[in-house]
Ligand binder design. Structure first.
Ligand SMILES: NC(=O)c1ccc[n+]([C@@H]2O[C@H](COP(=O)([O-])OP(=O)(O)OC[C@H]3O[C@@H](n4cnc5c(N)ncnc54)[C@H](OP(=O)(O)O)[C@@H]3O)[C@@H](O)[C@H]2O)c1
Length: 266
């Protein structure tokens, strides 16, 4: 998989005060909405994608069309050399814009798991942990020296750390591990002025749920009825919660999880 920073805008407005972000899994779904929202807030966004470079480029084009700044970084997490490719691409993108340093790291890339414990395979278990948990751990490790004072780390976990989800038990475990990671990291990075938090979505209308949700009014009504707020979540619902955590208004919030499930299964 190639790493291809792309930028078609002039960079004259970028300077050392520019806030930067890396959003993993930003080529579609929730990650795309987060990238677009942060860019609208004036942040230079590294739009990370795994396998779908055209989709990541489309996100950058949409951000630029809206007056924002972004570039593509491709790296399939959970494959050999993934983080080398990711950080090479990040540095190349920053060089194009004349910046060097990370203010916002959003761990969003993720995959689901095969199913309940009876059918989960060792291979499937290892893969979901490699993409959802291991990659976030070592990506953070490599990002630590780049994170500037006042930085923000936000991890997209899931309502399944609160609501039992035996249908995807290994997936739920990856998210539980991430929440423990956030708690420990928040304590460690507090002295640097860096906050570390989670946003836990419920059922969101993205590709991951398209097979059973989209075009199925019965399934949609059932999913909506689980939320106190009475509808299925949209990617922007999650992006706006992330934007809060990355804003100055959230300066005193760290080590916590925002439940962004619309009040599911209360
Ligand atoms: N949708 C929900 O209902 C829901 C609920 C709770 C939590 N979440 C969490 O929210 C996050 C985003 O979910 P989503 O629904 O937006 O998913 P999605 O629509 O399936 O998008 C997943 C994104 O992650 C990237 N990705 C997947 N595997 C990757 C890998 N191995 N390496 C690099 N990138 C990879 C994809 O990139 P490419 O397409 O370029 O490969 C894509 O940009 C996930 O962590 C998920 O667990 C979602």
């Amino acid at each position: 998989m190639s790493t291809t920073p792309t930028n078609t805008t002039t960079n004259t407005t970028t300077n050392s005060t520019t806030r930067t972000a890396l959003v993993t899994g930003a080529s579609r779904g929730i990650g795309r909405a987060i990238a677009e929202r942060l860019a609208a807030d004036g942040v230079l966004v590294a739009v990370h994608g795994g396998s779908d470079e055209p989709a990541a480029k489309e996100v950058v084009a949409a951000i630029e069309a809206a007056g924002g700044r972004a570039f593509v970084v491709m790296a399939e997490l959970g494959t050999p050399g993934d983080l080398d490719r990711l950080f090479d691409g990040l540095r190349a993108g920053w060089a194009e814009f004349g910046v060097d340093g990370l203010d916002i790291l959003v761990h969003n890339a993720g995959i689901g798991a095969t199913g309940p414990i009876e059918v989960e395979t060792e291979e499937g278990y290892d893969r979901v942990f490699a993409v959802n948990t291991r990659a976030a751990f070592f990506l953070t490790q490599r990002a630590l020296p780049l994170l500037r004072a006042g930085g923000r780390i936000v991890t997209i976990t899931s309502g399944v750390t609160r609501i039992a989800f035996p249908e995807g038990i290994a997936y739920a475990m990856t998210k539980g591990a991430l929440e423990a990671f956030t708690l420990a990291l928040a304590k460690q990075l507090g002295p640097r002025g860096i906050t570390v938090n989670n946003v836990a979505p419920g059922i969101v209308d993205t590709d991951v749920n398209a097979g059973w949700l989209r075009g199925n009014p019965v399934a949609e009504a059932q999913a909506a009825s689980r939320a106190a707020l009475g509808r299925v979540g949209q990617p922007r619902d999650i992006a706006d919660a992330v934007a809060f955590l990355t804003s100055a208004d959230a300066r005193w919030v760290t080590g916590s999880t925002i439940d962004a499930t619309g009040g599911s299964d209360l």
